[in-house]
Design a protein around this ligand. Structure first.
Ligand code: DX5
Ligand code: ZN
Length: 228
């Protein structure tokens, strides 16, 4: 089956928050396909980032696709607020609620695309009962909570396992990889079966956001088209 073109989704978690609007513009003007918004509550993960207000601010900035990643407990309580704030896609962690099926139903009812995220310690097969409900699966390649961490190498097998489940089930969801993505590992991550690369520090902590996005895209595409 033809693979879709790889997508690059800069995470604003690593942006300069003293000028967040400009940093979002720089990523969008620099070729970003999605803007990844990492929402953290200080309970599900040991860090607090931001809430619906920042998504709303990003929404007013431009018409970029807002890929919202809820690293929060009991996400059902906030799905409608993040949808109203202007999210295009809302992903919740399968570990963050006993009712992941209902949480995904709630996202689908808002009209947003629905995603499920999975931590490095959770078996991929746990997703099987809900893979038919999602547009996206986020494979966490770090333990969530902070940008700038090292890519966990076991993630490659997990991406391959998920890609096999997608193909055998005929599911249309995209596979997103989040955490420790760099120019150096982008190609191998796409080769393992991923479609979307989330990158925070490796994009925002460089001299040129546009240049890094373009290089990451080239490296990602080379996994689908061997360089002749
Ligand atoms: C959870 C966050 C981070 C972030 C990516 O921790 O989801 O993974 O998006 O940060 P980098 O690209 O700096 O690892
Ligand atoms: Zn994320």
């Amino acid at each position: 089956m033809k693979r879709p073109e790889p997508l690059i989704a800069p995470s604003i978690l690593s942006a300069d928050f003293t000028r967040l609007g400009e940093q979002i513009d720089e990523a969008v003007d620099g070729g970003a396909d999605w803007i990844h918004c990492d929402v953290m509550d200080g309970h599900f993960v040991p860090n607090i980032s931001f809430g619906p207000m920042v998504v709303e601010a990003a929404r007013t900035r431009n018409d970029a696709f807002l890929d919202v990643h809820l690293m929060i407990n009991n996400p059902e309580q906030y799905i409608v607020q993040f949808a109203k704030a202007g999210s295009d896609q809302i992903s919740v962690h399968c570990e963050a609620t006993p009712h992941i099926h209902r949480a995904l139903q709630m996202i689908n009812q808002t009209g947003c695309k629905a995603g499920v995220a999975i931590n490095p310690g959770t078996p991929i097969f746990e997703l099987e009962p809900i893979l038919h409900m999602v547009d996206l699966v986020i494979v966490m390649s770090v333990n969530p909570g902070f940008g700038g961490q090292k890519f966990i190498k076991q993630s490659y097998q997990r991406i391959e396992q998920l890609a096999r489940l997608r193909n055998s089930g005929g599911h249309p969801f995209l596979i997103e990889v989040d955490g420790g993505v760099t120019l150096e590992n982008a190609r191998s991550i796409i080769a393992a079966g991923a479609d979307v690369l989330v990158a925070g520090s490796s994009i925002y902590r460089t001299d040129s956001i546009a240049d890094t996005i373009s290089k990451m895209r080239k490296n990602a595409q080379s996994a689908l088209r061997p360089v002749v």
